[in-house]
Design a protein around this ligand. Sequence first.
Ligand code: GDD
Ligand code: MN
Length: 411
Amino acid sequence: MNTNSSNSLLVVPTGALKISEFKPEDMNGDHHILLSLVIPTYKERDNIENVVNILSGLLDAAIPGNYELIVVDDDSPDRTWEVAQSLIPDYPQLRVMRRQDERGLSSAVIRGWQAATGSILGVIDGDLQHPPEVLTQLLEKIEQGADLALASRHVDGGGVSSWSIIRRFLSRGAQILGLVILPGVLGRVSDPMSGYFMVKRSAIAGATLNPVGYKILLEVIGRGRVGEIAEAGYVFRERTEGESKVTWKQYLEYIHHLVRLRVSTGRIGKIRRKVNFPIGRFLRFGAVGFSGVFVDLTIFHVMRTVINLGLTRSTIVSAEIAILNNFLWNDLWTFGDISRKQIGNRQRFKRFLKFNMVCLAGIVIQTLVVNFLFNSLGMNQYLAKLIAIAVATIWNFWVNLKLSWRVTEVK
Ligand code: GDD
Ligand code: MN
C-alpha cells in the first residue's frame, strides 16, 4: 500500500503539464496502486475533512489499499491545505499539495496527476457536489475496457439539483457553443462540462496538456488518445458549505480554451474520434426534415401568394409550422427509442422547447442565409431557401442529437 508516512506536503511539479508513462519499476517494485483521485480545492476548509472521510470510507470498502487521494490546494486564504495536511496521520492514503505559484482548477488537477502513481487518474470536486458513490460505477466502466469513464448529468439517472434557470441556460449555451466550435471533442460526451471523471493513464500519458479555466475534460479528450468513453448518470448536488467559484471569468476562459484547443488540434478530423456517427438516425432526421420542407414551402407559398405576407415573416411562420411537424415525427420516429424512455408530457414538452430553441436558432441561420443569397447574391428566392434549409438542417440535427433528446429529470 502506497502510504505517506510523514504528513509532509507533496513537492509541486513544475514545467510542462505532461503526464508520465506509468512504469511499475517507478514504484521501486512496490505494488503500484490502481486509482489516484485528485481533489482540487480552493477555500474548502469546511468541506475537506468530510470529503476525505467519505471518499476514504467508500474506497477502503471498494479497493482497499489500492488508491490514493491527492488534495491540490491553491494556497487558499482559509488554509484548506493545512486542514488537509492535519488529516494525513488518520488517512495514510491521503497526500496533500499546496500550490503557491500557479492557480486554476484544470492545472491543479494535472499537477496532482503528475504527482500520482496510479494507473487510473481521477478527479472529483472537493465540495461533495459530485456524489462519491458514483466512483465505483466509474471504476467498473474503466475495468470493463473504457479509456475514460465520465459522471454525466445528462444521461439516465443524471440531473441537477436546483440550479437557477440562468446557470442552466449558461451551461447549456456553453455546451452548444462547444458543439459548434469543437464538435469532435464535445460531441463525444453528453456532459462535456463535467468535472467528475476517471481516465486511464495510458490514454493521456505523454500528451502535453495546456488547459485554461475549469474544463479539464476538454483537454483530456482533445489532446489525449482516448478510445472508448463510458458514462454514468449523477445528480449534481447542492453545496452544504462555501460557495461556487465560477464567475464570468470562467465562461470567458472556456471560450478561450475552446478556440485554443480547436486551433492547436487543427481540423476536427485530426482529433481521433471513436464516436460512431449515427447515420441511421441522421437519415431519419433528414427524411423528417424533407417532409418539413414540403410543409415549409407550401406554407411559405400560401403566405407569399394567398396572404401576401412579407418575405421574412413568411419565412418565419412557414418555418415554425414545419418545426412543429418535424418535432412530432422526430419524437415519434427518429429519436423514438430515446423519447420512449423519457415518459410524461412534461418531459415531452421540455424536449419540444429545446427542439424549438435549437430550430429557432436554425431559422435565424436560414433567414440570414436566404437574405444573403437573395439580396446580396441575387439568387432565385426558392433556391436560396433550399440552401438555407440544408444549412439549418445540419445545425438542427447535430445540436438536437446532443441536447434535446438528452433531457434529464430535474431531481
Ligand atoms: N486548486 C484549485 N484551484 N481548486 C479550485 C479552483 C482553483 O482555482 N477553483 C475551484 N476549485 C475547486 C473548488 O474548491 C471545488 O472543489 C471544485 O474545484 C469545483 O469548484 P466550484 O467553484 O465548486 O465549481 P462548481 O461547483 O460551480 O462547478 C463544478 O462542477 C461542474 C459540473 O461537474 C466544476 O467542477 C465545473 O468544472 C463542473 O462543470
Ligand atoms: Mn461546486
